[in-house]
Design a protein around this ligand. Structure first.
Ligand code: UDP
Ligand code: MG
Length: 308
């Protein structure tokens, strides 16, 4: 029998978890052709999430959990889940029921047809501010233009991935994770389905604008070196400008003479060196950025306790 893991990262979700479990239990009970595993990753919640998780575990043996030692963020919590999942495929979804469990059978159907990464694109986004929607649109445009990987708009982490994809993702141990980008980067046969994103069942979103912005920066820095290249280009531009100005000052001095001695050479040297320094910094930065990202090599998350 094939086994399906449902991975749910939870951060302060004590109110939504029981609701989620009811909906998922209905689904799991109705699809008896599969073995199920509901893997809850408690990402250092500050409320009673862990107690709820333990209750669910006692009630339903399909529930397993991983309790992280502190809040590591959703991206790392997802990796923890992937490391521990035992299913032949995995559905990743939010705890707040914004991703409707009713879409899962459709995902499984496509998976059985041979698709390896079935992702859900939301055609409506639930309750969200105008600003957040506009910023999100803008962000995806920038990311699309500066990176070589396709990061799809309106596609979140709600998806079904095959065991092959899980194993691929597990190999990517970077700390500043941007899982959305990794999904695109890893390749595999992708199938899109659409769904209506609902409003949160309970509690509130832990991604305020600031957190989203930080995630956005992670997205850019982990998939493109465009900002560093920008420094290089700037350096070149300054040098070219300095060169032109140098010619101008030289010619002017030769023809009309120069009342203040030393000024032309001084300004030429300052401008030219400034440009050269920026170029060098840009190039060094280009390498340093890569090394920095690679070297820290800490564990991506730490587990306090787990039960599967
Ligand atoms: N989440 C998490 N760690 C965090 C923040 C969020 O595991 O540090 C989980 C959260 O419990 C939820 C999912 O990630 O299951 C999405 O979070 P949220 O609903 O707050 O984000 P939004 O849907 O507003 O983007
Ligand atoms: Mg949500």
């Amino acid at each position: 029998m094939k086994k399906i893991t449902i991975l749910v990262p939870c951060y302060n979700e004590e109110k939504s978890l029981p609701l989620l479990h009811v909906r998922l239990a209905t689904l799991m009970d109705s699809m008896t052709a599969y073995e199920w595993e509901l893997l809850l990753v408690n990402d250092g919640s500050r409320d009673g999430t862990m107690d709820v998780v333990r209750e669910l575990r006692a009630m339903d043996s399909r529930v397993g959990y991983i309790d992280l030692s502190r809040n590591f963020g959703k991206e790392r919590a997802m990796l923890a889940g992937m490391d521990h999942a035992t299913g032949d495929c995995m559905v990743i979804m939010d705890a707040d029921l914004q991703d409707p469990p009713e879409v899962i059978p459709e995902m499984i159907k496509h998976w059985e047809d041979g698709w390896e990464d079935v992702y859900a694109r939301r055609i409506s986004r639930g309750k969200e501010s105008w600003l957040r929607r506009k910023l999100s649109l803008c962000y995806y445009n920038v990311l699309q233009k500066t990176t070589k990987v396709d990061v799809l708009q309106n596609v979140g982490d709600f998806r079904l991935i095959d065991r092959k994809c899980i194993d691929a993702l597990k190999q990517m141990r970077e700390c500043e994770r941007y899982t959305k980008g990794l999904f695109s980067w890893m390749g595999f046969k992708k199938k899109e389905i659409t769904f209506d994103r609902h409003d949160r069942a309970a509690g509130e979103s832990s991604f305020d604008l600031f957190k989203l912005m930080l995630l956005g920066i992670d997205g850019i820095t982990s998939f493109t070196t465009a900002p560093l290249r920008f420094a290089t280009v700037l350096g070149f531009a300054v040098s070219v400008f300095a060169f032109i100005y140098m010619c101008y000052v030289l010619v002017k001095t030769l023809i009309w003479g120069d009342p203040v001695a030393g000024y032309p050479t001084l300004i030429i040297v300052i401008l030219f060196l400034g440009g050269v320094q920026l170029i060098s910094l840009g190039i060094i930065g280009e390498y340093l950025g890569r090394i920095f990202n690679e070297t820290k090599d800490r564990p991506v998350y730490i587990v306090r306790e787990k039960e599967m």
